[in-house]
Design a protein around this ligand. Structure first.
Ligand SMILES: Nc1nc2c([nH]c(=O)n2[C@H]2C[C@H](O)[C@@H](COP(=O)(O)OP(=O)(O)OP(=O)(O)O)O2)c(=O)[nH]1
Ligand SMILES: [Mg+2]
Length: 328
């Protein structure tokens, strides 16, 4: 056992307070506390007998003078400092009242998680910022259903509507056709700053200039070394697979099937209760997959999901074009 593993773990509730414009509330650690001068997300240690949500509400009141109305559990991960280990229980704070201000004399600032202008941040927060850069919707291509030309039009429409993360998965295409299709998806995604993962094939992902690879669960379980692409994700269906993805350091996972799907309507799926149980305490962002519709995003988040993954529930939808997000 390493020295760090022997240190007791301190549970900490941490608030991800995000405005509609995506900016996140960061606070400077006050003078006199450990790591003074570092910037962090507001929060603090559980008091004896407190549950995570209670600690979160109390810390927001004490540190920022705001009352918590609604928070969804998000990631939970541990970080080892030289002299201690902390288990950070992150929550997305979606409702609060009052005006946040530094009640302990600390500076606070609403920051773009992509490029915070304050710092240094606590080293433990790096993973969190990476997770924050993942959008709420992950769309899986379905050109087999529409034909490539029609699909590309729908993809463009979804990108106009704000889609920023795509998985290329076309089981019916021959290799050359798939490569050509994946290239087209990457080209159009780039114009919107959207990221693309290719299902199952690292070599193809590199060849077409995609951001990474998305592995099926059986590949994940056989893997000894994680893919070296910028981004990688895996499909999980149970606790063992989730644990494996976490151990290998995936950027995110999908967990499925949550609800009955169009292709397997007779299968009940995990249901939200089991989904919540599986993702409770999990360190990586989880997209709920299976029977999802855009309307279910908030339900999924309430049950601990980072977001939702959609295969059919997105392309059928006519998304109103928003001229202002076009950056081609
Ligand atoms: N609040 C917060 N703490 C973090 C983050 N990342 C991280 O490693 N930590 C660590 C730093 C601290 O060792 C611990 C939280 O302790 P704290 O000093 O905020 O605790 P507290 O608010 O209860 O303060 P106190 O009662 O000890 O004065 O967790 C983060 O993003 N926010
Ligand atoms: Mg604190």
């Amino acid at each position: 056992m390493s020295a760090a593993a022997r240190l007791p773990v301190i549970d900490v509730a941490v608030a991800v307070v995000q405005r509609d414009d995506g900016r996140v509330l960061l606070a400077e650690r006050p003078r006199g506390k450990v790591s003074a001068g570092y910037w962090e997300l507001p929060g603090g240690k559980f008091d004896a007998g407190e549950r995570a949500e209670q600690a979160l509400a109390r810390e927001l009141r004490e540190e920022l003078g705001v009352e918590l109305d609604a928070a969804y559990p998000w990631l939970t991960y541990e970080h080892a400092y030289p002299d201690k280990r902390v288990r950070l229980h992150f929550f997305r704070v979606l409702g609060w009242h009052g005006t946040p201000h530094g009640r302990e004399g600390q500076r606070i600032s609403w920051e773009d998680p992509q490029a915070p202008s304050v710092g240094p941040l606590l080293p433990a927060n790096e993973k969190l910022l990476k997770a924050l850069r993942l959008p709420p919707v992950y769309a899986i291509t379905n050109a087999g259903r529409y034909g490539v030309a029609e699909f590309m039009a729908r993809l463009e429409q979804a990108l106009e509507g704000g889609l920023r993360l795509i998985q290329v998965r076309e089981t019916g295409m021959a290799p050359e056709q798939l490569a050509q299709f994946a290239r087209r998806v990457v080209t159009v995604a780039r114009r919107y700053g959207a990221r693309v993962l290719v299902n199952g094939d690292e070599t193809l992902a590199r060849k077409v200039g995609a951001d990474g690879v998305h592995l099926q669960a059986d590949r994940l379980m056989r893997l000894s070394v994680p893919p070296s692409t910028r981004l990688w994700a895996a499909s999980c269906h149970d606790a063992r697979q989730l644990a494996r993805a976490a151990a290998l350091g995936a950027d995110f996972v999908t967990l499925s099937p949550v609800l009955p799907t169009a292709t397997h309507p007779e299968e009940p799926g995990l249901g939200w209760t089991k989904f919540t149980r599986l993702v409770h305490g999990y360190p990586l962002p989880v997209y709920a997959l299976g029977g999802m519709r855009l309307e279910l995003l908030e339900t999924a988040m309430r049950h601990g999901a980072h977001g939702i993954a959609l295969l059919s529930g997105i392309w059928d939808r006519v998304v109103a074009p928003r001229a202002e997000v076009r950056n081609s």
